[in-house]
Structures are given as C-alpha cells and as structure tokens.
Design a protein around this ligand. Sequence first.
Ligand SMILES: [Zn+2]
Ligand SMILES: [Zn+2]
Length: 318
Amino acid sequence: MQPPPPRQVVVFRLLSIYFLSIALSPIVTNACQQEPASAFRTPSIPALKMTTKLLKPINQPLTEPQPGEWLDQQKESGQSFSQYLRIRPIVLTPRRNKLYVQPIGQFNPKQLEIIQLSSEYLSIYFSCPVEVLETKSEDGIPENAQRNHPTQGTHQLLTSYVLEKQLAPELPGDAFALIAFTSSDLWPGDGWNFVFGYASFRERVGVWSLSRFGNPARDPESFRRCLERTCKLATHETGHMFSIKHCTRYSCNMQGSNSLQESDSQPIHLCPECHAKIVFATKADPVKRIDNLIRFSQEHGFNREIEFLKKAKEILKN
Ligand SMILES: [Zn+2]
Ligand SMILES: [Zn+2]
C-alpha cells in the first residue's frame, strides 16, 4: 500500500495547490507585528506591471526541466500577473488581515526558535501581522488519528484530523489563515507514506511538519538549513492561499517541486510576476518589504538571496 516516494511527493505538491498550512511557538504573543497594511502606500496596477518589466533582467528564466523534476511530470500553464488579476484573487482585507501559527506537539528549543523565526519571516513576506499561539500537545488526539509508519516507525498525525478537528473550529475571526506546525510527521490517510503539509483553502487552515527538515539542534548549518526549508515551505504554501498558482516562467519560490532536493535548489524569493501578485494581494510597500527581507536574510544566513534582493531594491526604489 506504500506508493513509491517520488509519487508521494508529487501528490503532496498537487494537493498543496488546493490545500495549505503553517507553524507556531510557545507563548501567546504577537510575535511579528508590522504596521497595518493600510499604512503602506500601495503601488497601482499599472505601476506593478511596469515594475514587473523592470525586474525581469535580474531573474533567471526556467530552462527545460530535468527528468523527474516537477515540470517534467506535470503539465502546468503558469499564471501571469494579468491572469492573476482576472481570477479575482483572495487578498488581505481589513477584516481578515492576520496570519495565525499554531504549534502542535513537542519541540526542542531550536525547533521552537525555527517556528518563531519562520513566523517573523511570514510577517515580512506577506506584510501582515503573524501571531504565534500557545503550543498544543498531542495528548487529545485519538488513536485513529495517529500511527507509527508501518515500515519507518515514524510517528505521524492524520492531516484531516488536524485540519478539521483542531484548526477549523479555532479559526479566529480576523484570520486570513490559521496554520499549524507539527513536530510529528504527517500522513493524509490509507495508501500514503507521508506528506510535508496539507491545507484547505476553503477553510483557510493548513498544517506543515518540521520532522523531515533535519534536526536544527545538530549544528549551526543544520539550523540554517532547517530554517530556510521551513520558511520556504511556509511562504510557498501561503502563497497558494493568496490564489497564486505554480510558477513556470522563472526560478521562483512559487515553482512546483517533486522532492526536498528540488525544493532546495529553488530560491525563496519571488519572480517579477509573483512579486507583483504578492504586493497586490497584501498591499505591501515593496521597498520596505525588500529591506526587511534583506535584513532577515543577512541575520539568518540566507546568503544566496542577498545579492538578488539588493539588486531588486535598487530597481524598486527608483
Ligand atoms: Zn505548490
Ligand atoms: Zn514566480
């Protein structure tokens, strides 16, 4: 009943188009407050289209996919900024303008740090407040919603239980989305090995697991890699919640991915088309957003992002 690993990851990514999720931390607090979106001077749609043209030269167009990569196996047409506007995308509103992060499980101190920092990164990336809720234990989860993987022995939680029973009833009124980060691995039901994450766009809830991103307590490089993977997954999936489809034009955080290796090869920044979508959906100040991304990247070792972000800032501020 165990599908081969490549297919499982593919299916996860397919599902991730339709479903989403996130993370959390130890205390009830506003972890990553930014100014309200209304305080930003939002670029007009013509200005965003012009910016898209100006940013193109610093972006890397995609070439033919390698065998086994996402676009080698999936037929996707992509989504330009103009196409995005035509589908009436889901955006932040004055009433629903906040992301909530719910940690579930037992985390070591380094994992809790990963959750806090990922929440800060989400706040910067989507220019909105993120609140990390008090960590929930797995104690109340019924036996039929958890298992040990039949061959790997890994402890896993059933995604539908987390989404429907733990998150959906707790969705705050001002939430754009409520996202759980779990310490345990996840599986979505019979016939599956695992998923990295799962979400329901309709319910605006999602769950992602830290369990396959390495032990951040091992050494500084393991911490950095785990943080980058967690931030990338969280922002990619939350991007889908803003109605953004997979990117097929450029090297971009919104590219689909068939494996952790393929995901690791992709950047965490957005291409010109996806950048315009996010600025439109969140009413972000693009220069302030880039400034904050540069600061975070410098502080936490996202070194391959810094040069790109600095070039983007030069273009955006003019
Ligand atoms: Zn995706
Ligand atoms: Zn893109």
